[in-house]
Design a protein. Structure first.
Length: 368
């Protein structure tokens, strides 16, 4: 099914099961307990840590987009934790990107390592060097956050499987409308739906998608037993947002392409990283495996002071961490300890009309 057909189907997914008089919009079900006489039955809600009709609706929508069964979680890191703990045990080895999202590395170093899991790190650009033999799980992130380097997913996932490991891909930066890791051979996809899927900067959510029934069962059991469950209202907010994801993502990606091309020619900008630029080191691989090039841009300014002046001086940038909202945002990633230049800015392009957005960016850059 094409992305266009998935997006169209998504608009009418709930309507298929409606009876006369049912609300078209998903009702919010706030319940910790459900009426449960007699013995529990599969498919019948029993307790709020295990069941909620709003979760079911969100998972159905995400499953349509991912073309795989899905389990939702209260954040992207909760989804990542579930995938890791569902697979790993004491004595295993895990490979993670040294330049990916730093919280994933912290989780591995602080908690997995002390449980007897050996943690190995490699940079994205050299991730395949040394092979994948001996790793129970390989965690991939492409494009990397924040550097935007890209891994050949099909090649890496095939090699990981041949070596007997499980591949887990963080697809947060792209969403299934920009990149489809499961179709490229990944065993598991994790994502923070706080970003573009939620899109309105008002909800924390995440999900795990996999076509492996055994892995899905382990992830489900982890959620039930650990209590890492989303709230019904948060799930409802995400469900509302998913119906406009394809439209928002399309606008954000189109804007980012224009902005990246103009930034590359701006005298105040030292370097621009964006997979959609023909001269970007990641472009050739990105063009093979992505349907869009995303909405994140990395730009390097002279120094920390210039980066802060640009971010805080632009009328159409919100100085926030995180990304993927309707409004454009930016932050200096070195403040979190990422191995980037002091003047490196991660720019998340929103849905503003592109010319007024560029005028605001250009004005702030030209004032440096």
């Amino acid at each position: 099914m094409s992305d266009e057909k998935r997006a169209a189907r998504l608009q009418h997914l709930r309507a298929d099961g409606l009876a006369k008089g049912d609300p078209l919009a998903l009702p919010l079900t706030m319940a910790s307990m459900f009426n449960l006489p007699g013995n529990p039955e599969p498919g019948v809600a029993g307790y709020g840590r295990m069941d909620n009709p709003v979760w079911d609706a969100v998972e159905e929508a995400l499953a349509l987009i991912e073309d795989a069964p899905v389990r939702v979680f209260p954040s992207g890191m909760a989804a990542i934790s579930a995938a890791l703990f569902a697979v790993l045990k004491a004595g295993d080895r895990i490979l993670v990107p040294s330049d990916g999202y730093y919280t994933t590395r912290l989780l591995a170093d602080r908690y997995l390592a002390k449980l007897g899991v050996e943690v190995v790190e490699r940079p994205t650009v050299a991730f395949s060097e040394g092979g994948y033999d001996g790793f129970a799980l390989v965690f991939l992130e492409t494009p990397s956050n924040p550097g935007l380097d890209v891994i050949d997913l099909a090649g890496a996932c095939a090699a990981i499987r041949a070596a007997g490991g499980v591949s887990v891909v963080d697809n947060t930066t792209m969403t299934p409308f920009g990149q489809r890791p499961l179709d490229l051979g990944a065993d598991v996809v994790v994502a923070s739906d706080t970003k573009a899927p939620g899109g309105h900067s008002d909800v924390l959510m995440g999900h795990v998608a996999t076509r492996d029934a055994a892995l899905l069962d382990e992830v489900t059991q982890w959620r039930k037993l650990s209590g890492a469950i989303p709230g019904p209202f948060e799930a409802w907010l995400l469900h509302r947002s998913l119906e406009t994801l394809e439209v928002r993502f399309d606008r954000m990606c189109a804007n980012a392409q224009v902005i990246a091309e103009r930034l590359a020619d701006h005298p105040a900008v030292g370097q621009v990283r964006f997979p959609g630029l023909a001269g970007d080191p990641a472009h050739a691989v990105a063009a093979k495996q992505m349907t869009r090039f995303g909405f994140l841009i990395g730009l390097t300014l002279k120094d920390e002071a210039a980066a802060e002046a640009f971010i805080n001086g632009c009328a159409m940038l919100a100085p926030t961490t995180s990304f993927g909202g309707t409004h454009s945002t930016a932050e200096r990633r070195a403040r979190w300890g990422d191995d980037v230049a002091p003047g490196f800015v991660r720019l998340s392009v929103g849905i503003e009309p592109v010319d007024p957005l560029w005028q605001a960016l250009d004005t702030a850059l030209s004032a440096l």
